[in-house]
Design a protein around this ligand. Structure first.
Ligand SMILES: [Zn+2]
Length: 774
């Protein structure tokens, strides 16, 4: 197995170098060799990567995964601490300087919970996940019971209302039918927006509690066979998860902006803005079905219906529900493992790489599948060390605790070391769940070219082509086979990405929203950031955050021979090695500039589409068309009137983009001449240039922060306030436009243009340094 892999990797590198040689001969600007390396340095780096790959062994990943996921490993569990110690000891054994860094965080754990339907019939929800045949760990009873972290305690009784996905448009649909959730208990289904938004919006609309269930249409039997026959969610599987208001700030709710060290100043629980005031409970579709079946009121609109064998009604009532939750609101310890190898030439430039270690129960997929790939990289780097290699820059590897409740371990560490990270970190590279499938790169677009260069050297285990070639094929096919059920913005993004792929140059990497540990590094500190994972179709969804996210499930449905764990370690490993070894950091700005052009074009289109729609709606309302088109026996009122769409001044953004494209092209050309020889730098010039490049991403941040959430300082990438995990690019302008806050849209268009202007100044300074050295 391994020898096959090794020889094919060597073939790929040879093919890659040869390919570039042809390109250079044909007169393109690309030099022969690796991006960011001279020909001689590039050849040494390729040899280093081959030795790195040879030290990766899939049987290591399998045995680490088995051990780490053998017992429940949530925050505060004995196995979480044991895993931290094991990981620290492994790093030390491989030659790293490793220690455990502790924090103390608010981590409520369930004491007692009840959910019952009290009328028109009686039903008591089981709220538990029974053992499944062939899943060894599912018989254990010491895992966390299903609950939503950071919902409130409470004991409430009320009429039930079905709310579809619980997103803003669902409230509009309710309102048109005269249904109000005030004083009611709402039941929403998982999917569409992030889970924490559902109870947050329910609370804002006056609901007294929120249930969230997994509909079989979203991740159960409607998609494929259920576990254990297939990988999809069984009737009693429950998605646990945090409902912390992470779009405001992630991390420990009691220590916003500062590290949750033992002696940190803490807010009272009642002062924490990110904790909900209403109780929330996640349930299975087995527990949801009797509640939904007992609902009356209007039949739910087509797009609200899931795949349960019932008629979906909206309520309110006659279902009445009693829900009680009480928790222990104590502090719990977090154990981050931090491991280092000091750089030989530039010890104050850090490449930081992390993956979380805590799961909701056993966490084999999420997060340990990514974590074991990270361990494989660390072991292989240890082999390189023993052979005498030293990284030019410092390597910092991190095994985060407490990601699941709200990115706690990474955020507290990032906040504690904020100043040092902002001065020293040249990259934060994250992964989380990893499985059989396609390369899924996201992050800072200044690294798009490097990522593409790396992906051409990694072999896709199933097809034998490179990860880059397979991803390109997928992008092209998805652009061709349009999926009519897809949401508009998803479909548009797929079309954009396919258009870029069809040009034959670099593939587009995605923009980062939130949902894993990169958030504090990218969006709070402004570090250059990447997320690299392999992902398939939806196999994981079926056991996501449940008792069945286990070793047994992963080795059947995730990555049976750990070939994609190896592909992940190779892709991340090569990226990390090039970032620590390149004499000048391998950033490129043309890809960033053209991506920004696309994002600003989207803003223009958004404003125009809004204007057209409002004009159409106004005519329909003026003519009473909704009234005439409606069925008089079923009351669905016309939508509310919307105000006119004024001018949004995007001219400052258009202007700065023209400048950005010119600046980026000048720098990228000069950087290529550096690698190919005509430009050379003195040690002092190189240090100056690297320092400038280290801080480039921070130029995209502004201390004023985003509207209403100043913890988020990045003006290009942010999780959406109304999407949670989903990204909003140019968020200050985009979210204001989407929310009809026109003054804010204009203000943030100007600030975002300023931020991009500062980025251009940085690029121009870097170009000047290169030009002066000719
Ligand atoms: Zn995770």
């Amino acid at each position: 197995m391994q020898s096959v892999r090794r020889s094919s990797a060597a073939f790929f590198i040879a093919a890659c170098v040869a390919g570039l040689g042809v390109a250079a001969a044909a007169g393109t600007a690309e030099p022969a060799g690796l991006f960011g390396f001279s020909a001689a340095d590039g050849a040494r780096e390729v040899a280093l990567e081959q030795r790195f790959d040879a030290a990766l062994d899939p049987s290591d990943l399998r045995s680490w995964l088995k051990t780490l996921s053998a017992e429940p490993n949530h925050v505060g569990s004995p196995h979480d601490k044991a895993n931290a110690e094991l990981v620290r000891d492994l790093f030390r054994q491989w030659g790293w300087d490793a220690h455990i860094e502790e924090f103390e965080v608010l981590y409520p754990t369930l004491k007692q919970h009840t959910l019952e339907l009290i009328s028109p019939t009686h039903f008591t929800a089981s709220l538990s996940e029974p053992p499944v045949a062939g899943d060894a760990t599912s018989t254990r009873t010491d895992g966390l019971p299903p609950y939503n972290e950071y919902g409130a305690d409470g004991d409430v009784t009320g009429e039930l209302v079905y709310l579809n996905y619980g997103m803003p448009e669902d409230y509009l649909a309710l309102a048109r039918r005269g249904i109000d959730v005030r004083g009611k208990i709402v039941i929403t289904r998982y999917g569409k927006g992030w889970r924490g938004l559902k109870p947050k919006l329910a609370q804002e609309h006056g609901a007294i509690a929120c249930l969230i269930y997994s509909d079989p249409g979203d991740d159960g039997y409607a998609n494929g066979d259920i576990y254990p026959q297939g990988g999809w969610r069984p009737p009693q599987g429950v998605q646990r998860g945090s409902v912390l208001d992470m779009a405001t700030y992630p991390g420990d709710p009691l220590t916003p902006g500062v590290g949750a060290t033992r002696d940190a100043k803490r807010l009272a629980v009642s002062q924490a803005r990110t904790i909900l005031k209403i109780p929330v409970m996640p349930i299975s579709y087995a527990d949801a079905q009797p509640l939904l079946a007992a609902l009356g009121g209007p039949v739910a609109p087509g797009e609200w219906r899931g795949s349960l064998p019932i008629t979906y009604h909206m309520g309110p009532g006659p279902s009445r529900v009693h829900l009680a939750i009480s928790s222990d609101w104590g502090l719990k310890p977090l154990y981050d493992v931090i491991a280092r190898i000091p750089g030989s030439e530039a010890p104050d430039e850090w490449v930081v790489r992390g993956n979380h270690r805590d799961g909701w129960v056993f966490g084999a997929w999420d997060p340990l599948s990514g974590h074991v790939a990270m361990l494989a990289e660390a072991k292989a780097i240890g082999v390189l060390l023993k052979s005498g290699w030293r990284p030019r820059r410092t390597l910092v590897y991190a095994s985060w605790d407490g990601e699941e409740p709200g990115l706690l371990g990474s955020t507290e560490w990032a906040e504690t070391h904020a100043a040092e990270l902002q001065r020293k970190a040249v990259l934060y590279l994250n992964s989380d769940s990893n499985s059989r499938g396609f390369l899924h790169p996201e992050g800072s677009h200044s690294l798009q070219h490097l990522l593409n260069d790396v992906a051409r050297t990694v072999k896709d285990p199933q097809t034998g082509v490179s990860s880059e070639a397979r991803l390109r094929a997928r992008m092209l096919v998805q652009g061709y086979e349009k999926d009519p059920t897809e949401e508009k913005d998803v479909a548009e993004e797929k079309a954009r990405v396919a258009r870029i792929a069809s040009k034959g140059g670099d593939l587009a990497i995605g923009a980062l929203g939130s949902g894993s540990d990169y958030t504090p590094f990218l969006q709070h500190l402004g570090l250059t950031t990447l997320s690299i994972e392999y992902q398939g179709e939806e196999d994981q969804e079926g056991v996501y955050h449940s008792n069945y996210d286990s070793f047994d499930h992963y080795v059947r449905f995730g990555d049976p021979d750990f070939a994609y764990g190896i592909a992940e370690a190779e892709t991340v490993g090569h990226t990390v090695l090039r970032m620590v070894d390149a004499s000048v950091l391998p950033l490129q700005f043309s890809g960033f500039a053209s991506t920004m052009r696309d994002y600003v074009d989207q803003l223009h289109k958004l404003v125009e589409e809004k204007r057209t729609r409002v004009a159409e709606l106004t005519v329909l309302l003026d003519h009473n068309d909704f009234g005439l088109a409606a069925d008089p026996t079923r009351v669905v009122a016309a939508p509310a009137r919307e105000g006119p769409v004024p001018e949004v001044n995007l001219a400052p953004l258009d202007a700065v983009l023209t400048r950005l494209q010119t600046s980026a092209a000048a720098y990228d050309g000069a950087y290529t001449r550096l690698a190919s020889g005509p430009i050379s730098l003195t040690t002092a010039q190189r240090a100056q240039l690297n320092a400038l490049l280290q801080g480039m991403e921070q130029r995209l941040t502004d201390a004023r922060g985003l509207p209403g959430r100043d913890w988020y300082r990045h003006f290009i990438y942010a999780p959406g306030v109304l999407t949670g995990y989903g990204v909003k690019t140019l968020p200050g302008v985009r979210e204001a436009t989407e929310g009809d806050r026109w003054d804010e849209a204009n203000r943030y268009a100007a600030i975002t243009a300023e931020v991009l202007g500062a980025y251009c100044v940085g690029i121009d300074r870097a170009t000047a340094l290169l030009s002066a050295s000719k």
